[in-house]
Design a protein around this ligand. Structure first.
Ligand code: GLY
Length: 395
């Protein structure tokens, strides 16, 4: 529904206590999840994105892998990732029910594999890190690793089975979220907007064709575009920067792999994520090159070469897509989820490599904040207020 040129929703200065009005800026996995859950919680929701579902979450592999991706010094990210992984099965089931679309939640676990002594040492270090957190992972011999995934190269010498890291089909997920959000009453507008700020408070958005939408709360969930939304005062602009990812999709791999496989090839990480359909997603580069969105021959070659080293039969599959998008990251690589330095403005952005995984906890936190309830403790460490605003730094 497109609103009148004046204002789409009536609201009072004190806000609508029973049916808060919310404008969500950004229609990727985070914005759509928030819009769906906000609408289900009774909010009147308008979401704006002229590239609805075509950003980073369209390119994603759909891994739900907090354990495989755990790293030293990233305990807060691990905690929130584990919490989101815990609630993913329920999120997927509810979303399937609400949308009538199967989101391809695949609880098959992940297998980390190595090809040389350095890789084996890296897997042992990872197992030690996980053991320190009490997380399940099973070191495997070469034989046991290949028994689990017979398509792995005979060069595979070590493995670490991570039974709790699963995957989801990201594009079905985006379709399902859009359907569920609309069925719950949210309005999805294929438009760009500026945020309107009056007297230091976000009061709504204005589309590029001049339509105003008044809102009690504006949620910025626009991934890398979050850093360039017009209307925000400089000190309120989220600190996000792009990390380019190139990723490829192969067809014809039904039955080749039963679970996500992650490997290091000549020191470079590569993952292969199988789908029920026979698609295998191979990713991904991590490039600090600004907003250069080109798909390059070198990256596609490197991904294919690595994937074929890990699983030789990949050479027989059909290459159906090479795509590049920008992961939104922050100065400490953790998302920005929570209240901003502007009243009425919430941030849910900067999810870097974890947008698909963290969508359920992020949406839940946004709903709690809009309804003025405390957020889950796992999300508190992700408050945008952990960074001083430029105004504070220069004052
Ligand atoms: N989450 C996978 C990636 O960023 O490549």
């Amino acid at each position: 529904m497109i609103s009148s040129p004046i204002a789409s929703r009536s609201t009072s200065a004190a806000g609508n206590v029973d049916r808060p009005t919310v404008a969500v800026v950004g229609g990727g996995v985070i914005g759509l999840s928030a819009a769906w859950q906000l609408a289900e919680s009774g909010c009147q929701v308008d979401l704006f994105d002229d590239q609805l579902g075509r950003g980073a979450s369209h390119a994603a592999a759909g891994m739900l892998a907090p354990v495989s991706e755990a790293a030293y010094g990233e305990d807060d990210l691990l905690t929130v990732g584990l919490e989101s992984a815990r609630v993913w099965p329920d999120f997927a089931a509810r979303l399937g029910h609400a949308s009538g679309i199967d989101v391809g939640y695949r609880p098959a676990g992940s297998l980390l594999v190595g090809h040389d002594p350095q890789d084996a040492a890296a897997l042992r270090r990872h197992a030690a890190l996980l053991a320190g957190h009490g997380l399940a992972a099973e070191p495997l011999t070469s034989r046991a690793t290949r028994a689990l995934e017979p398509a792995l190269s005979p060069r595979t010498t070590s493995g670490l089975l991570v039974p709790g890291d699963h995957s989801v089909e990201n594009r079905s997920l985006l379709r399902a979220l859009a359907v569920a959000a609309e069925r719950a009453g949210a309005h999805l507008h294929p438009q760009r907007v500026a945020v309107e700020v009056q007297d230091g408070r976000a009061v709504g958005v204005r589309t590029t064709v001049g339509t105003r939408h008044v809102a009690d709360t504006v949620v910025v969930a626009a991934g890398i575009a979050s850093g360039e939304i017009p209307g925000l005062p400089r000190h309120a602009v989220p600190l996000v920067r792009p990390v380019k990812g190139q990723i490829i999709r192969l067809a014809g791999g039904a039955g080749l792999l039963t679970r996500t496989v992650r490997a290091l090839v000549a020191g470079e990480p590569v993952y292969l994520v199988p789908r029920e359909s026979g698609e295998i997603v191979v990713g991904a580069t991590c490039e600090d090159v600004g907003l250069d969105g080109r798909v390059t021959a070198g990256a596609t070659h490197a991904l294919l070469r690595a994937a074929i080293i890990v699983v030789p039969e990949v050479a027989e599959l059909e290459l159906v897509e090479s795509i590049a998008r920008f992961r939104p990251t922050t100065p400490d690589n953790m998302p920005l989820i929570g209240t901003s330095c502007i009243d009425g403005l919430l941030l849910a952005t900067g999810h870097y490599r974890g947008g698909i995984l963290l969508a359920p906890v992020t949406a839940r936190a946004v709903v709690d904040l809009v309804h003025r309830r405390p957020v889950d403790p796992s999300v508190e460490a992700l408050s945008p207020q952990r960074f001083p605003s430029p105004a504070e730094v220069t004052s």
